[in-house]
Design a protein around this ligand. Structure first.
Ligand code: PAP
Length: 334
């Protein structure tokens, strides 16, 4: 079955037909909607995935065994995944790889290669045979866009740590729209802002409904603050040093006085900054094995860019949805 309708030279991220028999037979039973990049999105366990991702979801749910020391970075798409992959990798490996080191792994590798997505990288095409994770040193650091209820059960049951990042939906939406247009092949044309905005508001976006994703982790974080650290892109932008220190404490690797004196916090923030990362050769010229250009993960890196794209009516619509959805939860985007 070729669900994408593209040729053999297409990038892997468009190869929706390269999924297991199990996944293929599941697809027609699921609600489906027009995809933003691949032809369709499918609703599985209440959230939307493309076929390739769905195969990864099913596979990691089946096979992933969490270890107590694991760290999982969970993000809503376009909420700063690339940035936080860099920050967490540098934070937990700062003794092995001091951020000032000229051959620090971040200087020659995409953050997405250093911290792989479970459902988008590690478990794609591994439905029958789980990937070999033995090369990961402890603490293992993985990333995912999965909503809480779709996490592998062993993650929910284990004391492993979850760092959850979300972003104001207006900026997350604009970023997703721009990103998906970069992923679309020329002959597919670009998605109109209006069309995908309507889908986003209806909850139909990668790992959407956006608000259900956020609320699922918000509620879990209130129940178990030891396990889930809930943070927004905007909070990190506003007080990066404060939150990096908090992340160090949360992950059991607080900064020592000596490290503070040496300026390590600023050193980590510097190497992970938009300016530094986006100007590295690897992130300008490189591509991921799944075909995305590394540069597609660096656009502006600003708070409030939505003002340049959304009409007054769009803002009112999205604000109203958020007000209704987050009402009574105790959480509100700034
Ligand atoms: P993903 O969820 O698909 O992996 P993700 O990394 O969350 O993508 O999204 C990229 C966004 O983070 C982009 O936002 P923008 O479109 O509004 O510009 C990108 O610019 C931003 N970004 C990438 N790296 C950094 C960074 N080091 N600091 C701040 N923002 C960053």
């Amino acid at each position: 079955m070729g669900t994408s309708g593209q040729g053999p030279g297409e990038p892997k991220y468009l190869k929706d037909d390269e999924v297991s028999e199990e996944c293929l037979s599941l697809l027609p039973t699921l609600p489906s909607e027009r995809g933003w990049v691949s032809s369709s999105l499918y609703n599985y366990q209440g959230f939307w995935h493309n076929a390739r991702q769905l195969q990864g979801v099913i596979s990691c749910q089946k096979h992933f065994q969490a270890q107590e020391t694991d760290i999982l970075l969970v993000t809503t798409p376009k909420s700063g995944t690339t940035w936080f992959k860099s920050l967490l990798f540098t934070l937990i490996n700062r003794t092995r790889f001091p951020p000032t080191q000229h051959d620090h792994p971040l200087r020659s590798n995409s953050p997405h290669m250093l911290v792989p997505f479970m459902e988008l990288n590690l478990y794609v095409n591994h439905d029958q045979n789980p990937p070999d994770l033995s090369s990961f040193t402890s603490p293992r650091l993985f990333s995912t866009h999965l909503p809480y209820k779709s996490l592998p059960k062993s993650v929910q049951d284990s004391p492993c740590k979850i760092v959850y990042i979300c972003r104001n939906p207006k900026d997350a939406f604009v970023s997703l729209w721009a990103f998906t247009n970069q992923l679309r092949l020329e002959e597919m044309g670009v998605n109109s802002l209006e069309q995908v905005f309507d889908q986003f508001c209806n909850g139909v976006s990668l790992c959407g409904p956006f608000w259900d994703h956020v609320l699922s982790y918000w509620r879990e974080s209130l129940k178990n603050r030891e396990k889930i650290c809930f943070l927004t892109y905007e909070e990190m932008k506003e007080e990066p040093g404060v939150h990096l220190r908090k992340l160090g404490e949360f992950l059991g690797c607080p900064f020592s006085l000596k490290e503070e004196d040496e300026g390590l916090v600023d050193g980590i923030l510097e190497i992970c900054s938009f300016e530094k990362l986006s100007n590295l050769k690897v992130n300008i010229e490189g591509k991921l094995p799944s075909g995305e250009k590394n540069s597609a993960f660096f656009r502006k890196g600003e708070v409030g860019d939505w003002k340049n794209y959304l009409t007054k009516e769009m803002v009112e619509r999205l604000d109203k949805i958020c007000e209704e959805k987050f009402n009574g939860s105790g959480f509100k985007f700034k």
